[in-house]
Design a protein around this ligand. Sequence first.
Ligand SMILES: *[C@@H]1O[C@H](CO)[C@@H](O)[C@H](O)[C@H]1NC(C)=O
Ligand SMILES: *[C@@H]1O[C@H](CO)[C@@H](O)[C@H](O)[C@H]1NC(C)=O
Ligand SMILES: *[C@@H]1O[C@H](CO)[C@@H](O)[C@H](O)[C@H]1NC(C)=O
Ligand SMILES: *[C@@H]1O[C@H](CO)[C@@H](O)[C@H](O)[C@H]1NC(C)=O
Ligand SMILES: *[C@@H]1O[C@H](CO)[C@@H](O)[C@H](O)[C@H]1NC(C)=O
Ligand SMILES: *[C@@H]1O[C@H](CO)[C@@H](O)[C@H](O)[C@H]1NC(C)=O
Ligand SMILES: *[C@@H]1O[C@H](CO)[C@@H](O)[C@H](O)[C@H]1NC(C)=O
Length: 545
Amino acid sequence: MSVFLYLTFFFTLSASHARHLHQNPLHNASQIRLACQSTRFPQPCETALTHSSSLPPNPTSLQIIQSAISVSSQNLKTGQSMVKSILDSSKGNLNRTNAAAICLEILSNSDHRINSTVDGLTRGKIKDARAWMSAALCYQNDCWGALKYANDTQLVNETMAFLDSLMHHTSNALSMMAAYDNYGDDVNSWSPPKTERDGFYEKGSGGTALISGGGVPAGLKPDVTVCKDESGECYKTVQEAVNAAPDNAEATRRFVILIKEGVYEETVRVPLRKRNVVFLGEGMGKTVITGSLNVGQPGMTTYNSATVGEFPPTLSNGVVGDGFMASGLTFANTAGPDAHQAVAFRSDSDLSVMENCEFIGNQDTLYAHSLRQFYKKCRIQGNVDFIFGNSAAVFQECDILVVPRQLNPGKGETNAITAHGRTDPAQSTGLIFQNCLLNGTDEYMKYYFSNPKVHNNFLGRPWKEYSRTVYVNCVMGPLISPEGWMPWSGDYALKTLFYGEFGNSGAGANVSGRVAWSSQIAAEYVYTYSLENFIQGDEWIPTSS
Ligand SMILES: *[C@@H]1O[C@H](CO)[C@@H](O)[C@H](O)[C@H]1NC(C)=O
Ligand SMILES: *[C@@H]1O[C@H](CO)[C@@H](O)[C@H](O)[C@H]1NC(C)=O
Ligand SMILES: *[C@@H]1O[C@H](CO)[C@@H](O)[C@H](O)[C@H]1NC(C)=O
Ligand SMILES: *[C@@H]1O[C@H](CO)[C@@H](O)[C@H](O)[C@H]1NC(C)=O
Ligand SMILES: *[C@@H]1O[C@H](CO)[C@@H](O)[C@H](O)[C@H]1NC(C)=O
Ligand SMILES: *[C@@H]1O[C@H](CO)[C@@H](O)[C@H](O)[C@H]1NC(C)=O
Ligand SMILES: *[C@@H]1O[C@H](CO)[C@@H](O)[C@H](O)[C@H]1NC(C)=O
């Protein structure tokens, strides 16, 4: 334990002050105190910043933020080396090896996103910086969550405690960034992160278009083709085509993969270093990528059971893999009825666009894990928590369809459509549904109408404390229960979550019976959730041609 404590302090000290823990007298303590008062963990914030070597005497607010980020980044390195030690000492223990390997991979991605955050702030891109730091925190929390299932040694226990303190530092930097964005660069005006539950709606750039004309551009020329046809000049698996994409291509270069009609039974990974990869199918139900990994298999977690995911299963080179797009295909996870979590599609791709895509599964179909994602005219099917994750994802004109449970479908069930996993009020994440249809498949609706009382469907439930989900101008079928939303466990998160509705219609949209902890959004605030304001869509979603 002492070794790790030493490392923690070491990394928050300047080289010249490493021998004694004392305050750098040049720092303006009142500035630091004010800035730290806008965080959730002011004590570790002040301690770390007053001993920071990267802070000049009279720091600007931006310099204080950069310094808070650097505290997070340095502690992350300690966390990585602790997890590496767990991995090295876990030979022969499949659960712990797997947890540590996933953890290392996710922390490397956290490192990458923190680096991007620094870069974004330098370029004045505060919204991008907030999105990346939100993801960096999400990955640290995932690592903690992976270790929780393998917490059977002292070292794992200590590492989890260390990750807790790391997350506090990361949260603090993120809170300051939110304050800077919302209140400007005078630290006197900063305050701790507030949410819509406090009546606080972020002001946007004024974007008022709720429905976008943009999406996957028309007329893209394929770079390569995948097909089932024996004679053709084409790749036989989607993965081979992905592997053929250039590594670290320049930001404007797309790599377009035409996937011809057929069922591709494989688990596809689009690694971080392959950016702007585009999957073009020949239509939903025609081009189908189907895998069957699920968490029932030894050493498998929800995280890497996805049929298609933007994470490699092993350590990546930690380079960007953003800008993924797909159009005209089906992603399915065909795990059998005994399977539990079985993800059909997991996305960690920032600035990704999915159009005319279908996602088929049961529990946990679509893992919109992190960063900014746009789903347009998609069809998403499942039952338990089937759209989940901690991304900032906007779904427009999508069909969200409940399917029967695989075992005893007539017996009845309780489903939540979403389980958003925001852990911190400063994370700029949430699941936003606009002009979507909430219904069941024909088969499900037969069961439903035969005995509506036993079939309960809710708009969402709080996977994590600051879960945020919003439905705007959607059509909600009768299958949505009058209460609207369901708890996760007791009163967990009910005071902190934000579940908002505006302008919905249909038998399930009657809000008179809604739970007390849900919200109706006033018309003046609804544009907080526009593509422009929520995910900066005007800057990156291609306008269709
Ligand atoms: C320290 O910051 C406070 C608050 O912004 C300011 O009033 C004060 O003048 C600063 N002190 C010095 C020595 O610059
Ligand atoms: C690994 O995890 C599984 C599922 O949680 C559990 O049943 C099994 O006992 C664990 N194995 C070890 C060696 O801890
Ligand atoms: C982040 O930046 C640091 C310092 O420049 C560097 O050592 C590290 O490799 C970078 N990490 C990633 C994942 O790019
Ligand atoms: C890890 O396990 C130890 C020993 O059983 C326990 O004291 C500790 O609370 C656990 N940590 C977490 C975060 O669950
Ligand atoms: C787990 O770690 C916590 C925090 O470091 C410590 O208080 C506790 O005693 C540890 N528990 C075990 C069983 O090691
Ligand atoms: C919902 O599904 C049912 C059963 O398939 C169908 O009859 C109904 O028209 C659908 N509702 C809407 C609004 O599309
Ligand atoms: C909404 O539900 C309430 C209570 O169940 C009912 O009295 C009211 O008529 C419903 N409103 C509409 C528009 O259906």
